[in-house]
Design a protein around this ligand. Structure first.
Ligand code: G
Ligand code: G
Ligand code: MN
Ligand code: NA
Length: 251
């Protein structure tokens, strides 16, 4: 309850910060983008993980103003880096269920892009399978509107939900992010190796891009290179970094 009270205050007290984790094109050794990940610097408890407060924010509806803040901050930071002459990168923003279901989602995004001046092609929205499961026709309509805006859509934590292949064929997205649980021990766990190979082959047929998440070792990377996986993200390259450090990395 106290945490809820503090969460209500956190926005106005400016206790949130975005960290950025780089994403690479591993076939060309090129930085292509970054995922924005929220951090909460609690005045007494120190860093509270989003795993802890995002569910609470969802329950209480606080995710709506917090999500707006994340979107605005990520877009405006990305535009600022571009204006400073840094290479143009795509910023990925995690959407929560409530945000995705908001009636005015499209309007909010149009407004944020306009106000920050970020070109839509440099914004990617991450949704999860479970978010996109019910009312599929409506979800498809919404995703098409986003696609028409020119923003990119990726399916986060792919493989942990229950989406059918039929569904994957119908849903208008650009990219799958293979969940890190499948990348773990990929060179030692034959099941994981098989799952990842299958996802890569399927994505290739469906013309979907793929990002492997949670790449931690050079062996993981080598496996993915051999399987012609294009994009990757994980501690092997970098942990999520505060904006100043991320800028050092990219400039
Ligand atoms: O950064 P970390 O691994 O601690 O993130 C834990 C979880 O919190 C992940 O599932 C991640 O997707 C989620 N998360 C991080 N930042 C945001 C955010 O800005 N919005 C939402 N909705 N989820 C986030
Ligand atoms: O649900 P989502 O994929 O958005 O969550 C991303 C989470 O994964 C973040 O909390 C981020 O800090 C974490 N993460 C990113 N790279 C790695 C990695 O290589 N290993 C592990 N264990 N976690 C990672
Ligand atoms: Mn994510
Ligand atoms: Na993920």
């Amino acid at each position: 309850l106290e945490l809820e009270y503090d969460l209500r205050k956190a926005l106005e007290r400016e206790e949130f910060e975005l960290y950025y984790q780089p994403q690479y094109d591993i076939q060309n050794n090129r930085l292509i983008g970054m995922e924005a990940l929220i951090r909460w610097q609690h005045p007494k408890q120190g860093m509270v993980s989003p795993g802890e407060f995002i569910p609470l924010a969802e329950e209480t509806g606080l995710i709506v103003p917090i999500g707006d803040w994340v979107l605005r901050t990520a877009c405006s930071q990305n535009k600022k880096w571009q204006d400073e002459g840094l290479p143009a990168l795509t910023v990925s923003v995690n959407l929560s269920l409530r945000q995705f279901q908001k009636h005015n989602l499209i309007g909010d995004i149009v407004k944020t892009l306009k106000e920050t001046g970020l070109h839509p092609r440099y914004l990617e929205l991450e949704i999860t399978e479970s978010m996109a499961m019910d009312n599929i026709e409506q979800v498809i309509r919404k995703l098409n509107e986003l696609k028409d805006l020119g923003v990119r859509i990726s399916m986060d934590d792919f493989g942990t939900g229950y989406s059918s292949l039929q569904y994957l064929k119908k849903i208008p997205i650009h990219k799958l992010k293979i969940d890190q649980s499948f990348i773990r021990d990929i060179t030692k766990d034959p099941d994981n190796a098989a799952i990842v190979s299958t996802i890569l082959a399927m994505a290739n047929h469906l013309r979907l891009e793929v990002v492997a998440e949670g790449v931690e070792t050079t062996e993981d990377l080598q496996f993915l290179l051999n399987k012609e996986c294009r994009h990757a993200q994980g501690y092997f390259f970098s942990r999520p970094l505060p904006k100043e450090q991320f800028k050092q990395l990219i400039h």
